[in-house]
Ligand binder design. Structure first.
Ligand SMILES: [Fe+2]
Length: 104
């Protein structure tokens, strides 16, 4: 279970690729945590408990962002594509198509 991030024999993977795979797994886990907190917050009746969970969810936003930035620094094509999509206005699908056209 702890080695699920590898789809190839880890011993055959370069260290850089193993780090990349670990960070992808970490990104997934942070996204899952954000989703889990979202659900807990939605059903929690106690205001103090909800505030603590909201605070914790914000920590997960930060962790997700740091993981993503690490990965984008490792993959310039990924960064270039996301620059057309993230922090923009308008139709997201159109932005995605534009990004695909640009990066190829
Ligand atoms: Fe986290």
């Amino acid at each position: 279970m702890p080695f699920d991030q590898y789809h190839e024999p880890p011993s055959e993977l370069p260290e850089k690729t193993r780090t990349f795979a670990r960070m992808v797994t970490s990104l997934i886990e942070e996204a899952e945590a954000i989703g889990w907190y979202e659900q807990r917050i939605a059903v929690e009746k106690d205001g103090q408990a909800r505030a603590i969970m909201e605070n914790a969810q914000k920590e997960e936003f930060k962790h997700f962002g740091m993981d993503l930035e690490f990965l984008l620094r490792a993959k310039p094509d990924w960064r270039e594509e996301l620059q057309e999509i993230l922090f923009t206005e308008g139709d997201i699908v159109e932005r995605g198509e534009k990004a695909e056209d640009k990066v190829g």
